[in-house]
Ligand binder design. Structure first.
Ligand code: NAP
Length: 296
């Protein structure tokens, strides 16, 4: 907790629900933003078992929380807990931001609203490296993973106008459902294997890792095999941001490919969540610095 933070009965509470949640930098990022804007708000990590997401959401409302983020593996499971879902989140089929509308005096329960800020964060991260899907060099994309984050990624890529998405997932029916629901003409689902990955990137401009492979504490893991050099004309975007340079990104750097880390996406998805809760523009530079400081 920042030294300057003092909690009271007036403090507005938000948090992040995850399993695990220990890797999340969102508490440091949002608390730094609240402190920078002198807001009496506090953001806490919430370790929620997958079986208890609905109870946890009801609990947050009862406890007077103003909202929460949902991270791995809760983004899809959050939807049935909500009273209203923003159309992009509905289409994506996953929400990463819960807004709990403060009830009027004597009126309860509060309304639970769901949004998805991941697609916005993903496109902002790519733009920060001059990668604009559907324009310049980004037409064909390989996406590894078909979970909650992948749904936002594929939806964002389809909205941006890319030509083709190859979607690799261990659980093939999950990838097939994602493709059928979000981008049937664009998206080719295939079973995940290192051979399929290597073969798919041959004709791709961008590889996006939406699996947690390589995330702390399993930092030595990578979806890319050591035995095969990565194409040097590829851009490689890893949604994992802890560590900042994952093994996959180190492999990309060593091959002369363009590595894009998950930090900018984290900051921009967080900035939009911040605005949804507080109504204020987020101090993006403060949020980025807080994350970088925590990662050192
Ligand atoms: P999720 O819903 O649990 O989905 C995880 C996906 O990864 C599933 O498709 C799963 O495949 C696949 N997967 C898991 N372990 C794998 C392995 N060992 N090999 C191959 N595939 C594997 O999780 P999520 O919410 O999408 O989050 C995924 C990652 O993205 C997390 O690390 C999260 O921190 C990160 N993320 C970062 C940002 C950011 O702002 N930078 C935003 C969102 C998410 P199966 O379906 O076959 O199980």
């Amino acid at each position: 907790m920042p030294e300057s933070m003092s909690l009271s009965g007036h403090t507005q509470m938000v948090g992040v629900m995850g399993w695990p949640v220990e890797h999340s930098l969102s508490p440091q990022m949002h608390n730094a933003a609240f402190a920078a804007l002198n807001l009496d708000w506090c953001y806490v990590p919430l370790r929620v078992h997958p079986d208890h997401i609905a109870k946890a959401v009801r609990g947050l409302a009862v406890l007077g929380f103003r909202g929460a983020n949902a991270t791995i593996p809760h983004k899809q499971a959050l939807l049935p807990c909500l009273n209203w879902i923003d159309p992009p989140a509905q289409k994506i089929g996953a929400a990463n931001t819960l807004v709990i509308e403060a009830p009027a005096e004597g009126q309860e329960p509060p309304r639970l609203l769901g949004y998805n800020t991941d697609a916005h964060g993903m496109l902002a991260a790519l733009r920060s490296h001059s990668l604009v899907p559907g324009q310049n060099i980004i037409h064909r994309v390989v996406v590894a993973g078909a979970g909650g984050a992948a749904r936002a990624v594929v939806w964002g890529l389809a909205e941006a106008g890319v030509t083709e998405v190859i979607l690799l997932n261990r659980d093939l029916p999950r990838a097939q459902n994602l493709a059928a629901e979000l981008a049937p003409t664009l998206c080719r689902p295939l079973p995940f294997s290192t051979d399929a990955l290597v073969e798919s990137v041959r004709s791709a401009d961008l590889l996006i890792n939406t699996t947690p492979v390589g995330m702390w504490p399993h930092c030595e893991d990578s979806i890319w095999p050591d035995s095969t050099p990565m194409p040097s004309n590829l851009a490689v975007f890893d949604l994992v941001y802890n560590p900042l340079e994952t093994r996959l990104l180190a492999q990309a750097r060593q091959a002369g490919a363009l590595p894009v880390d998950g930090l900018e996406m984290l900051v921009h998805q967080g900035a939009l969540s911040f605005k949804l809760w507080t109504g204020l523009d987020a101090p993006v530079d403060v949020m980025r610095s807080a994350c970088l400081q925590s990662l050192r």
